[in-house]
Design a protein around this ligand. Sequence first.
Ligand SMILES: [Mg+2]
Length: 197
Amino acid sequence: MKEILALDIDDTSLGYGEQFIEYVNEIMGLNISRESFISYDLDISFGCTPQQARDLVNNFNNLYLERIEPIEGAVEGIKTLKDRYSLVNVTSRPADLDDRTRNYMERRFPGCFSATYLVKKEAPGLSKGEFCQKIGARILVDDFVGNLDDCGRLGISAYLFGNWPFSRFEHDSDLREKYHFIQRARDWSELVEKLMA
Ligand SMILES: [Mg+2]
């Protein structure tokens, strides 16, 4: 039986962040770059109120959720990984995006995923790591380091994807120690190389 590999969706398989920044710049007349994304809390990264941040996300999701392009290398990479692993999507997207998320992932990556889980819907209150444990996934790939927090404790292999400012920890010795179990994959070719080794 194939090992279960859990992939985050946004900014791991799909380029949500880049496209969301473009949208925010257009709507708010800003000129922020991905380097401004210092916090996963958007009001901090964008200098707006929490309510404005929520509105921006909701409006972007309503308009563009089905137009977010896969990250470079993701389509080929996922096809390659599928030969060795049983792939599942594990996302923190809001529960009400369930059908849209499933349908879109099937359309962009036909036949590649055996399941798509919205943790907030399937198991509210569980962390991604805890949810992976529950479904028997042995590996989790995610761009947000906070989602990998308890993988070490739970014995789940953790791969930090990409290189967003809010997920960097190498500069801080306390964080380096805390996240000693995390492996990095800055892009899809690196991720595939490591997971197929
Ligand atoms: Mg993500």
